[in-house]
Design a protein around this ligand. Structure first.
Ligand SMILES: Cc1ncc(COP(=O)(O)O)c(C=O)c1O
Length: 426
């Protein structure tokens, strides 16, 4: 069943073995070595890289595999949870902005790269989180590296949940600050770190995802707020997967815990539930003003196209009134989770539209990922470096527009394969 295992070991194909240039090798040598592995036919879990999606984001999708083979899949691998990337009102907003301002901004924000449409978006997002102002970055990844590296430097300490998104860790490295990490959602671990910080280290930032992107669970923001107050820290929450989805009115993890006004930096991406592109930080007027000047991924990067900002204004109109279809999304999500648990899968502790299906065995994971697509289900594959190898998994993401029949069908196929590979009992 897992015949490729020996071959893989022989080729020593672990991701981390291709990062460094070997003695005597040119810097492109590692590219040759990666190419050799990827063209060998051995499964590496990266088969999605050359794949093409043939339609808009929607539950019934067609994909073209690397080898040109086209087939139908039920889409359980998109973060467009609310299907807002195809919402008629959102598309109309994008269309109007496109007609008015063209398809690119042609300059960074500081050099006349933003329009009234961008300003409206920032104001809407600030209002949504109850903050004074907001800065919108042209990319989500760029938002995190820009915010963290602008606000923190060599005199500061940043305390991270171990499962924070890669862009946060990259921002931490770029900042030059001291980096501390506590085990995922371990509040005792967090307090242990905080209690040992030297008194003179006064620049302290706790960063956590709101909803965690690989596990779908939520940070204990109530406890984090308590600890931040006790140990005089600022708090940044990246709620890329929570905004629009969790909380009584969809305002995210901070709303879920009733601590919206206690979060110093409300960060989210505009690319997931919001269905567009970009990232932001909603905070005080002064912090946002500082970021406009010192966040290099904002200052030195061309602004978001007006069409995307125009679509996002419509997205926020729907989110403000909680009319984006959150209830329907939760019906589908809860249905999927129940079916997976009933089938015997370990789905961790998801509290969101992200549903991990734990596999715990990389060779089996690679094969299941491949077979699922062949049999008509598209899911995400998650292993190192996104999570520890021994915690590898499939990641399913629900969408509001999925039908219950599609969910039934997908779980049926997953169950067949789960049994075949011994992940669940026959
Ligand atoms: C928690 C989190 N933060 C940041 C990002 C980066 O956002 P984007 O993909 O919009 O650049 C992602 C998505 O990959 C994410 O899941």
């Amino acid at each position: 069943m897992v015949l490729e295992l020996k071959e893989k070991e022989a080729m020593n194909i672990k991701f981390e073995n291709f990062i460094d240039t070997l003695d005597g090798e040119d810097i492109f040598g590692k590219c040759d070595r990666v190419d050799e592995v990827l063209s060998s036919g051995v499964l590496t879990g990266n088969e999605g890289l050359g794949m093409v999606t043939m339609n808009k984001v929607q539950p019934d999708s067609k994909i073209k595999e690397k080898d040109g083979h086209i087939h139908d899949v039920i889409m359980l691998g998109s973060n467009s949870y609310l299907n807002l990337s195809t919402h008629p009102q959102v598309m109309q907003g994008a269309r109007e902005a496109l007609e008015k301002f063209g398809y690119g901004m042609g300059a960074v924000s500081n050099y006349a790269g933003i329009t009234e449409i961008h300003k409206e978006l920032e104001a809407r997002i600030a209002k949504f989180h109850g903050t004074e102002d907001c800065i919108v970055f042209p990319s989500g990844y760029g938002a995190n590296i820009g915010i963290v590296s602008a606000l923190c430097g060599k005199n500061d300490v940043i305390i991270n949940d171990a499962a924070n998104h890669a862009s946060i860790f990259d921002g931490c490295v770029l900042s030059g600050a001291e980096i501390k990490v506590f085990p995922h959602r371990d509040m005792k671990g967090l307090e242990r770190i905080l209690s040992r910080l030297p008194e003179e280290k006064t620049g302290r930032l706790i960063i956590t995802d709101g909803v965690f992107s690989m596990d779908g669970d939520m940070a204990y923001l109530d406890k984090i707020v308590e600890l931040a107050e006790k140990y005089h820290c600022r708090i940044m929450v990246d709620d890329a997967h929570g905004v629009g989805i969790v909380g009584p009115t969809g305002r995210g993890t901070a709303e879920h815990y009733g601590v919206m006004d206690k979060i110093d930096l409300h960060v989210s991406m505009l690319s997931k539930g919001q269905g567009g592109l970009g990232g932001y930080c909603a905070s005080t007027r002064k912090v946002v003003q500082y970021l406009r000047l010192y966040a290099r991924s904002y200052f030195f990067s061309t602004a978001l196209p007006a069409s995307v900002a125009g679509g996002l204004n419509e997205v926020y109109k729907l989110l403000e009134t909680d009319t984006a279809g959150r209830k329907e999304l939760w019906e589908k999500t809860n249905y999927l989770k129940k079916k997976l648990v009933d089938a015997g899968f370990d789905i961790g502790h998801s509290q969101s539209a992200i549903v991990p299906v734990m596999i715990y065995n990389e060779p089996i994971l690679f094969e299941m990922y491949q077979k699922l697509r062949e049999r008509g289900v598209y899911v995400n594959i998650v292993t190192y470096p996104a999570v520890r190898r021994k915690e590898c998994r499939l990641r399913l993401c629900t969408m509001k527009d999925l039908t219950f029949e599609q969910i039934d069908k997908a779980v049926e196929i997953l169950t067949e394969l789960g049994k075949e590979y011994g992940i669940i009992k026959k």
